[in-house]
Ligand binder design. Structure first.
Ligand code: SAH
Length: 267
């Protein structure tokens, strides 16, 4: 399970926090740390024990964008002290971790994403996350960055020590005769699909104004529940592309020939 999880810190500013996160990762047995635009790599070495850190430090990955850091993952969990509107898929850390155990059994990769010390994650960054995760606290919800990372990893450690069996959340039902023809879709592929759907909706004139609209969040949630595989993403992306092509042909005054396949679902 721990191999399936990477920790991503977005624009960490404080070298003491970075050192404390590294120490906590060693304590909890996690190895994959990615940093998105860190203020500096000069973390405070006094925060980490001197032993066996070289290997760890060599493996830290640095990225220019959160999208790049996430591209090979299948689900991302954006940790946030603030609760957001209902359409954001939001879970508490214990339930998030229980879900992760289910995904790890399917050989999926998960990223835990943590925000800046001062301002947390932006809405745009949280939109890149499959779920928003909240750690329950008193009314003063804003934890120190390294403490939030430690709690998330501790929850994984705790459930790994035997609680996952009785807590196991039912994974979405798999349709009996569906045999995946390809690998589970990565976050990058899922994001492109949501983008393609959003673009198709714009083309269709679905939106009646440019005011913020929750429809795409809801579509994203539906797709998350569907646990799509690559071939399914390609199928849906192809459909979205056809919407764009249709609109282009109409603009040129061409109405494409339409067929209705003989299929009981299309009557
Ligand atoms: N002032 C910021 C908090 C930043 S704390 C804000 O209001 O968003 C740095 C990071 O620690 C956050 O971006 C988040 O990833 C994590 N964090 C802090 N408190 C948390 C909580 N109660 N639940 C989940 N994540 C938390």
């Amino acid at each position: 399970m721990k191999d399936a999880v990477s920790i991503i810190l977005v624009e960490p500013q404080n070298p003491i926090n970075l050192g404390t996160v590294i120490r906590a990762m060693k304590n909890m047995g996690f190895e994959a740390l990615s940093l998105v635009k860190p203020a500096s790599m000069a973390f405070d070495k006094t925060q980490i024990s001197a032993h066996h850190t070289e290997d760890f430090l060599d493996k830290i990955q640095i990225f220019d964008s959160l999208d790049d850091a996430l591209s090979q993952c299948h689900e991302s969990y954006g940790f946030s002290a603030r609760k957001r509107a209902q359409t954001w898929a939001s879970v508490e850390v214990g339930d998030a971790v229980t879900r992760m155990f289910g995904l790890a059994r399917e050989h999926k990769k998960m990223a835990l994403v943590f925000g800046r010390e001062q301002t947390g994650l932006t809405n745009e960054e949280l939109e890149r996350c499959t779920f928003q995760v909240h750690i329950p606290t008193s009314e003063y919800a804003s934890l120190n960055l390294a403490q939030a990372v430690l709690i998330a990893m501790y929850e994984i450690q705790r459930q790994a020590m035997g609680m996952q069996a009785e807590n196991a959340v039912q994974m979405p039902a798999i349709i009996d005769n569906y045999v995946p023809g390809s690998a589970p879709a990565t976050l990058d592929q899922q994001r492109r699909l949501v983008q393609a759907i959003a673009d198709a909706l714009v083309t269709l004139g679905y939106y009646k104004s440019d005011a913020p609209n929750a429809a795409v969040h809801r579509v994203q949630n539906i797709l998350t529940r569907a646990q799509l595989h690559e071939d399914e993403v390609h199928l849906l992306m192809g459909m979205c592309r056809e919407v764009e092509n249709y609109a282009k042909l109409l603009k040129r005054g061409i109405e494409p020939t339409q067929f209705r396949p003989k299929n009981s679902l299309l009557n």
